[in-house]
Each structure stands twice: as structure tokens, then as C-alpha cells.
Write a protein that binds this ligand. Structure first.
Ligand SMILES: NC(=O)c1ccc[n+]([C@@H]2O[C@H](COP(=O)([O-])OP(=O)(O)OC[C@H]3O[C@@H](n4cnc5c(N)ncnc54)[C@H](O)[C@@H]3O)[C@@H](O)[C@H]2O)c1
Ligand SMILES: O=C(O)C(=O)C[C@@H](O)[C@H](O)[C@H](O)COP(=O)(O)O
Ligand SMILES: [Zn+2]
Length: 353
């Protein structure tokens, strides 16, 4: 896979037109969800090329990252006579870039697309690296392909309409990037104060964080080895997220990752001696900013069953990425159901559940 250009810009319209002018295409489609159509699309008003684009608008939020919304995108592409020479822009958070990337990758066996993330989570993680897909059968990202966008255009101009919860959701993936990179990067992340947010500081941390992901994806684009480190916190996190959908009380992806990180650091301690002090420090940061995901022992069987579908699994055991310490990553670690339930018990103790 060739290196995917990730471009930071403060003049989004000019940058889009500059990138699009490098391509020859017959029709341009812009995919948004209802919110990004309202908040983000107007910010492209100075783009000459986007002003003639066909709009595709889907319902917002992860509960719509599904087959029905995907089908509606395929249908519009087909009805509007999109061809293999057509081009798509995914303008939205991770829900739009995941679903839109998959729609583009599969329509007529693949049309080219660029991602313009409008959330912090999208910018730091989802829009970058070529994982596309939808949720299916109650499981996160169960169907999808690896196929990177032609380019990713990151502009903080979109962040003005994001809530604190949106920012915190993206920040959880940044904490993950910190944990798998270096103590220096990680420790800086713990100093950000969300009760008195310094946006400039956040943006500096964002640029550093994207580089962590870019580097790993460049080395291992198809998640055969070290890319599994980007899945830290997700074996449990995805189970929490799916359970929240089942409960009809969906949590944001990054929140699920934040709580998943704590459970997986507890497993990291049990398997590899990850320092307890660091777990206490991070769980305090997460409890203060994210609260807790409520679980009881009644949920353990259901959570474990969900983890048996994790994409990293081989044969019957649940596969985790664990840490010996910050920046010391061990992939392909398996844990028994008993160990996982012990981690849930400890998580509940830490979060007073
Ligand atoms: N492909 C990957 O590598 C990868 C990585 C991380 C996460 N993900 C996926 O990304 C998704 C989560 O992404 P997300 O957190 O961006 O969620 P999201 O796309 O659902 O966006 C969250 C909410 O914010 C709204 N929104 C988006 N941009 C806005 C803006 N500028 N102003 C106001 N509202 C705005 C959306 O409409 C939505 O309601 C999950 O499906 C997750 O599985 C994928
Ligand atoms: O880019 C990756 O690789 C990741 O794992 C990034 C994750 O933050 C992201 O949530 C991803 O979609 C999870 O992928 P999955 O393969 O576990 O579904
Ligand atoms: Zn994630």
C-alpha cells in the first residue's frame, strides 16, 4: 500500500480544489450525515468543485453505520449514474468515513475517495489508515475492507461545533496512541485539563498523535503484526460499545475505548506486570472526565461472547494487545475467560461500580 497523504490545512476549500484538480473524474459525490451536512458542508462554500457535487446525506451516529445506510448510499450512486471514474468525498466523523469508505470501495468494485474528518476522533484515527466498514450482527465493524482514501484532509475549522463529549471521545484514541508510543508523548496527554481546555495545546497533541498512527499503518497496513497495537483497548471497548447498542443506550466509540483501555491495562498487569501506579493514574483521569460504563457480573457472559468475535482472534481464544509498560507493546496475547472476568471485577472496583 503506498503512503496515504495526510494534509493539515486551515483553508479547506482551497485545499480540496487543489487536490481534486489533480484527478480526472466524471461526477463528484459528497457524503455527509445530517449533522455534518448542517455544520461542516457550509464550511466548503468557497470550493468551486464541491459546489457542483451531488449530495448524499445519511442519518447520524453509529447506530446507522449499518447495512441499511450503506445500501442507501449504493442506491444513490447507482441512480445518479456514478461510474468507476466518479469520485467521493466523505465529510464527517468516523461513522461517515468508515461507511463512506466502504461504500466507495465496493461500488463497481471501487471508486476513489478522500476523507475530510469533522471530529477529533476522525482526524486522529478513523479517517486515516484505510480501515473501512459497517457494524453487522450486533458486532462492531464486522464487515469491511482495507482500502485507504486517496488523501485525508484535516482542518480544525470543523471542531468549533463539537461538544466536550465529542472531543473527549477523540481524546481517548489519543491516549491509546500515547500508551503505545513513548512515555513522553503519553505523559503530556495526561496534563491536558478538560475543565479549562487549551485548544492550541490540544491541536499540537493532535498532530503528534496522527503521526503515531501514520507510522504504524505505513509499516503494517493490513494488521498482520504491529498494527494490532492500534487495537489496544478495543477488544473490551468494542464489547462495551455493542452492549450499549443492545441496551438502546449507545455510548460514543472513544468512551468505550477509554473504559476498554483500563480493562486491558489490568490484563496487562496480570500478564506482563504493567505498573499499577500507571493504571491508577489513568483510571483517575478517565473516571474524572468520562465517568464509568456500568456493568455487573450479569453482563460478563454477554461481554465475553462479543469478544469471541474480535477480528484479531485466531481459533478459539480471545486475542489482546497488551503492554509491559508505556511504549512496550506485546501483540497476540490471549487471556482466559476467568482472567477477563477478574479484569472486569477490578475495573468495577476502580470505578466504584
Ligand atoms: N476506521 C478506523 O480506523 C476507525 C478508527 C476509530 C474509530 N472508528 C469508527 O469511527 C466511529 C466514531 O467516529 P466519531 O466519534 O467521529 O463519531 P461520529 O461520526 O458518529 O460523530 C459523532 C457525532 O458528531 C456529529 N458530528 C460530526 N462532525 C461534527 C461537527 N463538526 N460538528 C458537530 N457535530 C458533528 C456526528 O453527526 C455524530 O452525531 C465509530 O464507528 C468507530 O468504530 C474507525
Ligand atoms: O486503525 C486501526 O487499526 C485501529 O484498530 C483503530 C481503531 O481505533 C478503530 O476503532 C478501528 O476501527 C478498530 O478496528 P477493528 O478491526 O477492531 O474493527
Ligand atoms: Zn477506535
Amino acid at each position: 500500500m503506498s503512503k496515504q497523504p495526510v494534509i493539515f490545512t486551515q483553508n479547506i476549500s482551497e485545499s480540496i480544489d487543489e487536490i481534486l484538480s489533480r484527478y480526472s473524474y466524471d461526477k463528484l459525490f459528497v457524503l455527509t450525515d445530517r449533522n455534518t451536512f448542517k455544520f461542516a458542508f457550509p464550511l466548503l462554500e468557497n470550493s468551486k468543485l464541491c459546489s457542483n457535487a451531488e449530495q448524499i446525506i445519511i442519518e447520524a451516529d453509529d447506530t446507522h453505520k449499518n447495512l441499511e445506510a450503506l445500501t442507501s448510499v449504493w442506491k444513490i450512486l447507482s441512480d445518479k449514474h456514478a461510474t468507476r471514474r466518479s469520485f467521493m468525498i466523505n465529510l464527517g466523523g468516523g461513522m461517515v468515513t468508515d461507511l463512506g469508505g466502504f461504500a466507495a470501495s465496493t461500488f463497481k468494485r471501487g471508486i476513489r475517495y478522500i476523507n475530510i474528518p469533522t471530529t477529533l476522533l476522525g482526524a486522529v484515527d478513523a479517517a486515516v489508515g484505510g480501515k473501512t466498514g459497517i457494524n453487522f450482527n450486533g458486532l462492531k465493524n464486522e464487515i469491511g475492507v482495507f482500502n485507504p482514501a486517496e488523501s485525508v484532509l484535516i482542518s480544525t475549522v470543523f471542531f468549533k461545533t463539537l461538544s466536550r463529549e465529542h472531543l473527549l471521545s477523540g481524546y481517548a484514541e489519543m491516549l491509546k496512541h500515547g500508551l503505545i508510543s513513548t512515555p513522553d508523548t503519553y505523559n503530556k496527554l495526561l496534563t491536558l485539563d478538560f475543565s479549562d481546555l487549551d485548544l492550541d495545546k490540544l491541536l499540537g497533541l493532535l498532530e503528534e498523535s496522527v503521526k503515531v498512527k501514520e507510522h504504524i499503518v505505513e509499516v503494517d497496513p493490513f494488521e498482520k503484526n504491529i498494527r494490532k497495537s492500534l487495537n489496544l483497548g478495543h477488544t473490551v471497548g468494542h464489547a462495551f460499545e455493542s452492549l450499549s447498542h443492545e441496551r438502546k443506550s449507545p455510548i460514543q466509540h472513544g468512551y468505550a475505548v477509554a473504559w476498554g483501555l483500563i480493562c486491558e491495562l489490568l490484563l496487562s498487569h496480570m500478564h506482563l506486570g504493567f505498573p499499577v501506579e500507571r493504571i491508577r493514574q489513568l483510571s483517575t483521569f478517565i473516571a474524572d472526565n468520562y465517568g464509568a460504563f456500568p456493568i455487573t457480573c450479569e453482563d460478563y457472559d454477554s461481554l465475553y461472547e462479543k469478544m469471541t468475535h474480535d477480528k484479531k482472534n485466531e481459533s478459539d481464544s480471545v486475542n489482546f494487545t497488551l503492554l509491559k509498560d508505556v511504549g512496550i507493546v506485546e501483540i497476540n496475547q490471549t487471556a482466559t475467560k476467568e482472567e477477563i472476568c477478574t479484569a472486569f471485577d477490578l475495573y468495577r472496583d476502580l470505578f466504584h461500580l
